[in-house]
Design a binder for this molecule. Structure first.
Ligand SMILES: Cc1cc2nc3c(=O)[nH]c(=O)nc-3n(C[C@H](O)[C@H](O)[C@H](O)COP(=O)(O)O)c2cc1C
Ligand code: SF4
Length: 522
């Protein structure tokens, strides 16, 4: 029986993978071909989706992008035995340069295993980290995470080990004396999908990471706060949770260790601000997603007033590797204070969109050219927004900046969640600046004035600049408004909206100074 892999993650399904799998099974039966279709997940080479892989003696051979209409020709070319002559054949999957040049730690299993097969996960080093953690004290687990240098991947890059130490040391108040682990799976940044890929490709890794976090700080309950726009991830996570519980890798008295950790998925109704950690906690408590003032930190007063770890999916997903291979193995990747790897997500006007996991330190240009292959439109690339809708737009002069937290901060930019969105030379940057302000108008939680009112005024001022009304005065006003939002906002929503706007003022001023055309004037 030859194994044929057809992904079942959101991207592949959006590209027709379900129909492909169904029709492939029918055609195999008609031709008497003995194949077993395994529903894996995308490897993150989205321009090749649906990517079909066939197991051969030399390794897996890839074909893509495959449509249902290609099925006949694939069988005719004997793809079941590696059919290298077929025009869609990409050769050995592992040899495709986009994949081969990566350093995959978090995504090491993505696309290789069946996401909901516990056996497959265990055969590929799964639960090795948890087994070690079960024999360690909470403090030594926290120390391991501290020594790895892991910093939060959700945006603020706060050291994960220090956050865990705070929760470890906190005394939970009340009779319940409960601590919580909350996974932030709201993933609202533009062009990002790494969290979704973790949950759809390797859900046990997230479960394992959260369980280790629970053991580290003495929390017996965890929640994955998942955006409702991820129904496939929801389904896969729930399948994996049920299997982990049935195998006693989750729940009461895990593997007879006397330690307990329960885990549930909770769906968010869908608001960008519910990704902000305190707003997320309000939402998880059943309230409206309004930002809480800090301090107190969620690590001390978090969910239902109890000490709580709130970590991004990627931060928690990095933990099993750190425990299994040791802090040093992880810290050996990266540069300076940006250690380990970051899964970059290439999106927008890009030829080869997808996920690229690499150690910190390569340049943005290398990522865009070597992996992305330039723009999808074939036109010159003009601007790149890194770090989500609140991240700066980088002009070509900044593309040689190394991808690490400090180098990006030095050019007033952020890496955030690793989202990279490319634009070609047809982009109107004044409209991108306007969009940033408008996004804040729509997504603001409304609690503080600089963000709630400031963003609305920001849209109006940009409109006046574009319409050439007192342009110089309004530019000065826009600058002042940005500074007020940065200094006066309660959270990073209002505090960072000026980043993309200021980057347009500084790096693409010509778009704000365009002569008014008849079109614009009308
Ligand atoms: C407006 C806003 C939206 C955010 N959205 C997310 C999100 O979708 N996912 C996420 O992990 N962190 C998000 N964050 C960051 C979280 O507040 C928090 O820093 C993070 O979840 C902590 O986890 P980490 O330390 O593992 O990064 C957002 C922050 C802000 C201000
Ligand atoms: S900055 Fe915006 S989103 Fe953040 S608390 Fe203030 S109003 Fe709410």
């Amino acid at each position: 029986m030859v194994k044929v892999y057809i992904p079942r993650d959101t991207t592949a399904l959006a590209m027709g993978a379900e129909r492909l799998a169904t029709e492939m099974a029918v055609e195999a039966k008609n031709r008497g071909a003995e194949i077993e279709i395994v529903r894996n997940s995308s490897r993150g080479m989205f321009w090749l989706e649906p990517l079909v892989e066939v197991e051969t003696a030399n390794g897996r051979v890839a074909f893509g992008p495959v449509e249902a209409k290609d099925i006949d020709s694939l069988f005719d070319a004997d793809f079941v035995n590696g059919g290298l002559s077929h025009p869609l054949c990409q050769g050995l999957t592992e040899e495709i340069p986009y994949l081969k040049k990566q350093q995959r730690l978090t995504f090491a299993r993505a696309g290789i295993t069946d996401p909901v097969s516990l056996e497959d996960y265990q055969a590929h080093d799964g639960f090795k980290g948890l087994k070690k953690a079960l024999e360690m004290s909470g403090q030594s687990i926290v120390d391991e995470v501290k020594n790895s240098g892991l910093r939060g991947r959700g945006g603020a890059a706060f050291p994960t080990g220090i956050k865990w130490q705070t929760v470890h040391d906190a005394v939970a108040p009340g009779d319940a004396a409960q601590k919580y682990i909350v996974c932030n799976a709201d993933e609202g940044d533009s062009g990002t999908f790494a969290d979704r890929m973790v949950m759809e490709a390797d859900p046990f890794m997230l479960i394992e990471g959260m369980t280790i976090a629970g053991l580290a700080v003495g929390a017996t309950q965890g929640y994955i706060y998942l955006r409702s726009e991820y129904p496939i991830a929801h389904q896969i996570l729930n399948e994996a949770l049920a299997k982990a519980e049935a195998a006693n890798l989750l729940g009461e008295n895990i593997q007879g260790s006397g330690k307990t950790f329960h885990l549930e998925v909770r769906l968010g109704a869908g608001a960008y601000i519910c990704g902000e950690e305190t707003s997320l906690l309000e939402s998880l408590e059943g309230k409206r997603g309004l930002v809480r003032a800090k301090p107190p930190l969620p690590a001390i007063v978090g969910l239902f007033g109890q000490p709580t770890i709130v970590n991004n999916v990627l931060s928690l997903a990095a933990v099993p590797y750190i425990l299994a291979e040791g802090a040093k193995a992880y810290a050996d990747y990266g540069m300076g204070r940006s250690l380990g790897t970051l899964p970059f997500q290439l999106a927008g006007n890009i030829k080869r969109g997808g996920l690229v996991e690499l150690a910190f330190g390569l340049t943005l240009r290398e990522l865009l050219e070597d992996f992305g292959g330039g723009t999808f439109s074939g036109r010159p690339m003009r601007a790149v927004q890194v770090g989500g809708p609140l991240g700066a737009y980088l002009p070509e002069s900044q593309w040689d900046t190394p991808l690490d937290y400090e180098s990006f901060a030095a050019v007033s930019a952020v890496l955030g969640h690793g989202g990279v969105v490319a634009f070609d030379d047809t982009v109107d940057m004044s409209q991108q600046a306007r969009f940033a302000m408008e996004f804040c108008v729509v997504e603001s939680c409304g609690k503080c004035t600089p963000c709630r009112i400031g963003s609305t005024r920001g849209v109006e001022v940009i409109d006046r600049i574009v319409n050439d009304e007192n342009r110089e005065d309004n530019l000065e006003l826009l600058n002042d408004l940005c500074d007020t939002m940065i200094d006066g906002s309660l959270c990073a929503m209002g505090g960072m909206t000026p980043f993309p706007v200021k980057s347009v003022i500084n790096h693409f001023p010509e778009d704000l100074h365009k002569p008014v055309t008849e079109d614009m004037a009308s």
